[in-house]
Design a protein. Sequence first.
Length: 452
Amino acid sequence: MNRPASAGTGNASRDIDSPQLPARVRNAILDQQDASERLICWVQLAVVALFGTLYFTAPQAAPEYAEFAMVPIALGLYFAFTLARLAAIYRGRPKDWLLYLSVIADMALLFGLIWSFHIQYMQPPAFYLKAPTLLYVFIFIALRALRFEARFVIFAGVVAAIGWSILAYYSVADENGMKMITRDYVLYLTSNHVLIGAEIDKIVSILTVTAIIAVAIGRARRLLIRAIAEQAAASDLARFFSPEVAEQITTSETQLNVGEGEARDATILFCDVRGFTVYAHAVTPSELMAALAEYQSQLVPVIQSHGGAIDKFMGDGIMATFGAARASDTHAADALRAIDDIMSAAAAWNAERESRNLPPLPVGAAASSGRVIVGAVGDESRLEYTVIGDAVNVAAKLEKHTKAEGVRALTDRDTFVMAGTQGYAPPTEPETRPGRAVEGIDDPVNLVVMAA
């Protein structure tokens, strides 16, 4: 669910607060971050569940005289905190303070467990400096990368470095601890002695890994923002173009340029409302636009369900293509099936209008097949993706000619025959009207009545 960009985001990153970035894109990015935070929580629950399972099922390594076992207490507290945090995230967008607190909780759990080793095993504090458990710090730092925000990675790395520095200082803080410092590497590895250089190396490694991940996340975040912005633009583009055209524009390996086109065999379909001009003068603008929206909402899904691509809306007219935006071996059959369903949908729509005491708005349609050119027209500042060819002109003329023939839908004989070879079967035997003169077409046309 989309939320306002400012709701509960705390000090959001500057890059998504840019005024050039639309609010819907910011919301999409924040939604992605919320999903990442939920994933982080689930991973942390899985990790603590794994730790708990290993602790309670594996043979206990601590000696019987150990003073206390901190592991189950720490795991229990951390598990409860993570559950509470997960519940808060599912209720809404998390505050920044909760995210920073969760980083501190991660590191407190890890370093608390490491610190407890010297008490649990009755050893001097320097004992825990050699614990391989420190390696888990890199897991907790890397987890923050899932959010695609470098600030949380950096915070986790800094907290980890400070935490280990405190543990290292604690191990040599008293007089006896100072005696544990050595420069002998072999003695360091084989005893509880402390090698200062080794602890500095660990801190440097933590900070270096943090810096590398932060830089990578910074670059990845810019790509994420760009990808989401382009995805949002593609979604908006699909509202102005047919899905096939939008897909071709957004997935093309080269930029769409004026003067470039592709020849294809296609079928062009035109629809129009009869008497729409008269109706427009008899109703208010709101009633007119409401009727137009109803008409388009009835017909567009029918056209698209048969593989048609809406090329343009021309007032009450609709131009659709079959096999132009995307090549098809059944373009003629698909177009004529669409006409059959358009006539049924229009009849049902008009019956529903009459039930509301509204005047009917009859719909006419026509289709024609042929070779067309598909491409962009206009100039570099304003492009229109369209089709050009005789089939476009013939379909438009036939749609207007339906009035002269006194029918609702027409096609030419060649298109009808082609549709039959492509698998089209008319619901009833159509009427043919050969040798008809059609205004705007030089030669007589053999007509097939699709709907009387």
